[in-house]
Design a protein around this ligand. Structure first.
Ligand SMILES: [Zn+2]
Length: 435
């Protein structure tokens, strides 16, 4: 049992509630109460004083490639297609499960210390990532997205399927794990319709959501339309039946009005990744339009090779600034909208119905923010400070399933010095192989 004593929190309506006591028990927010005069504090395992601190839901990063921390800064100054084919894919071809384990632990350390409690991820050598997620205690929806341009490719013979199956079996045999899985198709331009259909069947058989990259660049959009009788990537995946499962669609920079309607009518999710889209020169989406259309909108960092960080609060700030600038409207998106997109919307997209906001009965997937720093004072409107003024140093504590994973610059489940040393070794090895 952990008690946060005399602490402020942001409730499910993003209202600032002051001086509460929040009891964490059996992974959950057991009780929120206000009177503690006669309380025997010795009966709790741990009492954390909430003075000058705020509890809010942790953040949900709905699109990432977390082990790509290993490639941070490796392929610079290239747009998406050259970046992928000249730098990223050759590097990734050398990766082992040991590499993705350390790459994922480095990425998870960054996520936890910047306030993220759960992420959706596409990558390869999932065995290493599963171990990193389980060890760290963070929540994650992992997929190895299928790729392949051979129309005769049998999905069940492919390494992406074998790794998906590994994760499914792992989850079955580890009931307490924080690892979850989705199906995944990398993109229209990296797979055939035959392969995509097999993945969609697999998703249906196992009732999984499907993570896909769509409409990231103008080039992708145009070439897809040329290949598939004018269909956009979203129309194309719709025609294959992908939307019969919940689809988590990353990017959508060039999504058309018709695309947005397909996404909405089929309860699919659009994930905005502004930093990565800007950095690779792809453009960026107008999320005000998505929200006005009634779409389910989430936020993601994408990988650290195209961002180049995994800090969701930076992404929140950037997304809000871009929306206001693009729409020439200082109120195009409210701070509360941005916080919703990054918390409850993410939890719902991952089907975590008992997470994403602070209320009794929910899983204790939360963060403590230090409000007593120069950049957070004064406070006229708390959500505004949380969107525009906060930085990573304000994250004091990150808790997932009621367990403290990060507190006061210390990782409780990760030996960060060892991880950094191993990552340096991997960097050296890869540069030798690839030179
Ligand atoms: Zn991506």
């Amino acid at each position: 049992m952990i008690l946060f004593k005399n602490i402020d929190y942001l409730d499910e309506n993003f209202k600032w509630i002051k001086n509460a006591n929040i009891l964490i028990k059996n992974k959950k927010i057991d009780k929120i109460f206000f009177e503690n005069k006669n309380l025997d504090f010795s009966k709790f395992d741990h009492v954390i004083d909430g003075k000058n601190k705020l509890i809010m839901s942790g953040l949900f990063n709905l699109h990432s490639h977390v082990p790509m921390t290993l490639l941070r800064g490796y392929g610079e100054g290239l747009n998406l297609q050259d970046w992928l084919y000249k730098k990223i894919f050759p590097f990734e071809a050398t990766m082992t499960a040991r590499d993705t384990y350390y790459g994922a632990l480095l990425g998870i350390s960054e996520l936890l210390s910047s306030g993220t409690v759960s992420f959706s991820d596409m990558y390869l050598r999932l065995q290493g990532i599963v171990d990193a997620v389980d060890q760290s205690g963070i929540k994650a929806n992992l997929t190895n997205t299928a790729t392949g341009m051979d129309p005769h490719l049998i999905y069940t013979d492919d390494s992406s399927y074998i790794e998906e199956k590994y994760v499914l079996d792992y989850i079955k045999s580890h009931p307490g794990t924080t690892v979850r899985t989705d199906a995944g198709i990398h993109a229209e331009y990296t797979s055939t319709p035959q392969l995509a259909e097999q993945v969609i069947d697999f998703a249906k058989q196992n009732n999984l959501s499907i993570q896909i990259h769509v409409s990231e660049t103008a080039k992708e959009q145009k070439e897809c339309q040329a290949r598939h009788q004018g269909k956009t990537p979203i129309e194309y995946f719709y025609s294959l039946g992908a939307f019969e499962q919940k689809c988590i669609l990353a990017h959508g920079v060039y999504a058309t009005d018709n695309d947005l309607n397909i996404v909405k009518e089929n309860n699919a999710v659009l994930v905005h990744n502004p930093a990565s889209n800007l950095k690779l020169g792809s453009g960026f989406a107008n999320i005000k339009k998505w929200l006005d259309n009634g779409n389910h909108v989430c936020l993601g960092t994408d990988g650290a090779a195209s961002n180049n960080d995994l800090d969701m609060f930076q992404e929140i700030r950037l997304a809000a600034l871009l929306s206001n600038g693009l729409n020439r409207d200082a109120n195009s998106i409210t701070p509360i909208d941005m916080l919703k997109i990054s918390t409850i919307n993410g939890a719902m997209a991952q089907n975590q119905t008992e997470s994403g906001c602070i209320k009794e009965g929910n899983y204790a997937d939360l963060i403590l923010i230090d409000l007593d720093t120069p950049n957070m004072q004064p406070i006229y409107d708390l959500p505004t400070n949380l969107v525009y003024s906060i930085n990573q140093k304000n994250i004091y504590l990150t808790m997932v399933n009621g367990e403290i994973l990060y507190q006061d610059n210390e990782f409780k489940t990760i030996d960060i010095e060892k991880v950094k040393a191993e990552v340096k070794k991997i960097q050296k090895e890869k540069l030798n192989i690839l030179s």
